[in-house]
Design a protein around this ligand. Structure first.
Ligand code: SOE
Length: 393
């Protein structure tokens, strides 16, 4: 079986998610398209890199990402670092002949995102694969939703309503990690989480062409975090901690128009007490509706207009072996998959694309399309009017 040497850059929360996913991939998908070999783990914090080597089972560790990218033995570079480093690492890795998987959002600036797309186009000519890690569209229930839509089962799409609501930054004493700094993150909630539901909405209903938005920053300053990984609100800093301004959005609401004529609304916040990873998508079509809630990610609700008046309503389909990759996860609907299996499906799709020489659905180019919607959302919040989203090419 072919082997692919992996270099993981960034060993915090997302590094852990990718390490678990790549290690579990062959355990679910067997025979695996190729075997990942855990070659090098890199983190700028020495103790994190050193621990990650043993914890995740890598052969070696380092603190400089260039050591990963320039290592001739590495086949795949896996980028789990803050957003402002994505472009530099990804472009260098592609130019060094590596396949690249990069966490979302694609980058902290649209200029960098475009440079990544250009590097992707060049690299593709050499048989290299690059992918943006938008995993939620790969939830089997959402793949089923897409199947219903593509088959015409709910008719012409009229409306898509999506939310991504979290609470981890609602407490003003949650530290000012990199996610609240424009120079590192590029944007706040819009790039961090609205981007996921923009990706899902475009996956289901096609490209978004125009947006009008309102964007707020409710918590204007936070206590400063000194280094370390982003603990996503699980640590609070005392009142005596030095504070610094938040210069990104923490709540976004926007209306969208799709190229195909459908309309919709998207809401995202990280300050909604009681909402933790609340991703919802509802699609209304001329012949029916679909409804999904990530808190019940193994279920899809569907309602068909053609059903008799006295029995029309949402029915629940439990995803399992009959659905997207269900044959390799667990045997009975209701046994359920979670975040870990989702990242494992993503790892599989990436490795399969390398072996089959195909383009992953969430290529850098698809990630750039999401970035263009985010950019239009932020622009509209300034201009107070509808803003067009740049086209795909
Ligand atoms: C924080 O909001 C975060 O970790 C995001 O960065 C991820 O993309 C999301 O899946 C979970 O929440």
């Amino acid at each position: 079986m072919r082997k692919l040497n992996i270099g993981l850059i960034g060993a915090g929360f997302m590094g852990k998610a990718h390490a678990v996913a790549f290690s579990n991939m062959p355990k679910f998908f067997w025979p695996a398209p190729a075997m990942p070999v855990f070659k090098t783990v890199c983190d700028i914090e020495k103790n994190i890199a050193e621990q990650a080597k043993d914890r995740f089972g890598f052969q070696q560790w380092c603190t400089d990402w260039k050591d990963v990218v320039n290592d001739p033995e590495i086949d795949v570079v896996n980028i789990c670092t803050p957003n402002n480093s994505h472009a530099e690492i990804a472009i260098a890795a592609l130019q060094a002949g590596k396949h690249v998987i990069c966490e979302k959002p694609i980058s902290s600036t649209s200029e960098d995102a475009l440079a990544m797309v250009k590097a992707e186009e060049e690299a593709r000519k050499k048989g290299l694969v690059s992918m943006c890690a938008y995993q939620y569209r790969r939830v089997p229930a959402l793949e089923l939703a897409k199947k219903f839509i593509d088959e015409g089962a709910i008719g012409t799409i009229m409306n898509v309503r999506a939310t991504y609501l979290q609470s981890w930054s609602a407490d003003p004493s949650s530290p000012l990690s990199w996610r609240f700094q424009k120079s590192i993150a590029g944007a706040g909630t819009v790039g961090d989480i609205a981007s996921h539901v923009i990706d899902i909405s475009q996956f289901l209903a096609g490209d978004i062409s125009e947006v009008v938005s309102t964007v707020k920053t409710y918590v204007q300053e936070r206590p400063m975090q000194e280094g370390g990984v982003d603990l996503l609100g699980t640590v609070k800093l005392g009142a005596d901690a030095k504070k610094a301004p938040v210069d990104v959005d923490d709540e976004d609401l926007f209306l969208v128009k799709f190229k195909n004529g459908a309309v919709g609304s998207i809401e995202a916040t990280r300050n909604a007490w009681g909402r933790n990873n609340f991703i919802t998508v509802e699609v209304h079509g001329s012949e029916g509706s679909i409804s999904f809630n990530y808190e019940r990610l193994n279920e899809l609700q569907v309602c068909f207009a053609k059903d008799a008046d006295d029995r029309r309503g949402f029915k629940t389909i439990y995803t399992g072996p009959a659905h997207f990759h269900g044959e390799v996860t667990w045997n009975i609907p209701g046994m359920n998959i979670g975040y870990g299996e989702l990242k494992t499906i993503e790892a599989y799709e990436f490795i399969k694309a390398i072996v089959e020489q195909s383009e992953p659905s969430t290529s850098f180019s698809a990630g750039y399309q999401v970035d263009k919607v985010c950019a239009a959302v932020l622009k509209s919040a300034q201009t107070n009017q509808w803003e067009k989203v740049g086209s795909r090419n």
